[in-house]
Design a protein around this ligand. Structure first.
Ligand code: BGC
Length: 479
């Protein structure tokens, strides 16, 4: 295994100022991918009604304008899984960044519903490529002690992107300028492209390609410590021996199947919390709670602010409290939030106190997500896959994220119609309660563990929830 002492070894590197600065800069640049993700998720809600007016788009066309991006994203993940193996993580990030710029310009210049949908697919490809490659890259260059926080920074950037998109939509809406709403994304896209071009290649990927010297140079650049670097290279070496990959590993190895299914389950949990119902339909939910036009926009902006602030909390606590307690706590808050929101919406929007309470409850729900499932699912997904199957495992879980995202976005209005308003929120309350049980049963605590140790215990058949726990017997068989 060899990775047990990894955290302590790396600490020396992190103590030296230049190393810390360099590694953080690298992770920060990769995390700008998250900013782009958030911007693109956020911009469409404000732009859609203006687009619909200009092109006289039907309901179905509007749905496709929204959903085409998620379809493109699911496809982008699959493309990235192949590219990031063959061409490397860094080059794949650069390709994703270039597509962002191209897609945003294409969106802004679209002259019809058809071209806009095509442009949104290009944007989706860019997002899919980035959402697959950025967390993978970050987890491969960050050390065990700071990995959780690093990947959470990626989530923070998503929330900042969403907030900026809400604010920029509100500002451009005074000029009915939907082309600017969609096109403005090209500017941060250019910064991202330039940043990505200067990132070092992932040392783990270089080792997979047999480029040992280049891997050593990349590690030295990141860690700055020859001793620690030699040990880390040896650990990666040990993992790569006897390597099988992807689909073959999935078919042949039940332990790897567990980590793939765990990743898929985690992403389903994240999406079926109902968070994107809030992101896409916040103004409408505020409407259900009885808010007038103007107040709905302010409500939506406050969702963006709380989403961002609570993510800071997660970044501070993820490597201290651990993943499991934070997930359970957040899911309980979300379950209670959805249940209460359903009650309030059913009681009717008459009283001012009720309205204020509905906002409070919705914001608690958002904070619950941003403090738990938002960042932690990405953290866990980047941690749990063994190196030989990491690309495959992450491709499965990230594709699941986008498909589940599409299902949630495309069913909310129908659910409100068919199930009823209160019941729709209660359905999500029930799902969040169920997810608490699933987390307790299946999710390992990966806080402070090296990727090598997680992999070793997973592949030795240790029960998922016992991985990393001291004093619990190993080799207990599938969870
Ligand atoms: C999710 C997105 C969601 C965002 C909200 C991300 O972790 O993957 O679907 O819109 O969080 O902040």
């Amino acid at each position: 295994m060899g990775g047990y002492g990894h955290a302590a070894t790396m600490e020396a590197g992190w103590m030296g100022k230049p190393v810390t600065g360099r590694a953080r800069l690298v992770a920060g640049l990769a995390a700008v991918a998250g900013l782009m993700f958030g911007l693109d998720i956020g911009v469409i809600s404000g732009a859609l009604s203006l687009i619909a007016q200009e092109f006289e788009a039907t309901q179905i066309q509007q749905e496709w304008i929204v959903a085409s991006m998620m379809l493109g994203a699911a496809a982008g993940v699959l493309v990235a899984a192949r590219l990031s193996f063959v061409w490397g993580r860094k080059r794949t990030l650069v390709i994703g960044a270039a597509l962002f710029v191209a897609g945003a310009v294409f969106c802004a210049l679209s002259g019809s519903v058809g071209t806009l949908i095509a442009a949104r697919i290009v944007m989706g490809l860019a997002i899919g490529i980035s959402t697959f490659t950025a967390p993978l890259y970050i987890s491969e260059i960050a050390d065990a002690r700071h990995r959780g926080a690093m990947v959470s920074i990626y989530q923070l950037m998503i929330t900042i992107g969403i907030l900026l998109a809400f604010v920029s939509d509100a500002l451009f809406s005074y000029f009915d300028a939907w082309r600017w709403m969609l096109g403005i994304v090209a500017f941060p896209g250019v910064v991202y492209l330039m940043g990505a071009a200067f990132l070092p290649a992932s040392p783990r990927w270089l080792m997979m390609m047999g480029r040992r010297d280049a891997a050593r140079r990349a590690l030295l650049e990141l860690r700055g410590q020859a001793g620690g670097v030699a040990r880390e290279l040896a650990e990666i070496d040990a993992q790569l021996r006897g390597q099988t990959r992807g689909w073959a590993l999935f078919r042949g190895n039940p332990n790897f199947r567990r980590s793939v299914l765990l990743g898929i389950m985690l992403q389903c949990i994240q999406q079926f919390t109902g968070m994107n119902v809030v992101i896409y339909y916040a103004p409408r939910i505020f409407g259900l709670a009885g808010f007038a036009e103007h107040a709905r926009l302010w409500g939506t902006a406050s969702v963006g602010v709380v989403n961002m602030l609570a993510t800071f909390l997660a970044i501070g606590l993820v490597d201290r409290w651990g993943r499991r307690p934070m997930l359970v706590c957040g899911l309980l808050v979300m379950s209670a939030g959805m249940a209460l929101l359903g009650v309030m919406i059913r009681m009717g929007p008459d009283a001012g106190v009720q309205q204020a309470m509905a906002v409070g409850v919705l914001l608690c729900f958002v904070a619950g997500f941003a403090f738990s499932a938002g960042p932690l699912v990405w953290v866990l997904c980047s941690e749990i896959q063994p190196l030989q199957g990491r690309d495959f495992g992450l491709a499965c879980s990230t594709t699941t994220n986008w498909i589940a995202n599409m299902i949630v976005g495309a069913t909310f209005l129908t659910l409100l119609d068919r199930l009823g308003q209160g019941q729709t929120f209660w359905l999500y309350a029930g799902l969040n309660a169920l997810f608490v049980v699933l987390v307790l049963l299946f999710v390992p605590e990966t806080k402070g563990l090296s990727l090598e140790r997680i992999e070793h215990e997973l592949m030795a058949g240790r029960r998922l929830r016992d991985i990393g726990r001291e004093g619990v017997p190993g080799g207990v068989g599938p969870a």
